[in-house]
Write a protein that binds this ligand. Structure first.
Ligand code: ZN
Length: 141
């Protein structure tokens, strides 16, 4: 659970991950740190590509690293940019998949700017249960 103590550690870890960003095209490094229910922190940075559509955001790198290690229950995500930027729409949708109520901490290089939540970032999101509902309505098991 995110609290007054670990929130600063999470932001620090995101800021450190930001240092690894591979951003030769945008020069916009982003770092993310994801706290799991088990207490582990997975970090990510954005990784760009000359084929721009292949670029992956820091938030998704952190989430995919966690999922690839068997973690799917998330407590909080911190994102650090030089402007306390907010996650893109694609990352918000990925967050909804695993943690629709998760707190999201937006920080810049001087500290925390905003603490919001996935619900606030992506209201009325398309959720996994919508697929189940669609199958039920269609009469599929
Ligand atoms: Zn993104």
């Amino acid at each position: 659970m995110l609290d007054g103590e670990n929130v600063y550690d999470l932001v620090k870890r995101a800021a450190a991950a930001r240092q690894q960003a591979y951003v030769p095209y945008s020069a916009f490094p982003v770092g993310a740190a994801l706290l799991t229910r088990s207490g582990k922190i997975y970090t990510g940075c954005n990784v760009e590509n000359a084929s721009f559509g292949l670029t992956v955001c820091a938030e998704r790198v952190a989430i995919w690293k966690a999922v690839s290690e068997g973690e799917t229950e998330f407590e909080a995500l911190a994102v650090v940019t030089n402007i306390a930027g907010s996650p893109c729409g694609a990352c918000r949708q990925v967050m909804v998949e695993f943690a629709p109520d998760m707190p999201v901490v937006l920080a810049d290089l001087s500290g925390i700017d905003t603490i919001t939540s996935v619900d606030n970032l992506l209201p009325h999101a398309f959720r996994p249960e919508h697929l189940q509902e669609a199958a039920r309505v269609a009469g599929q098991p």
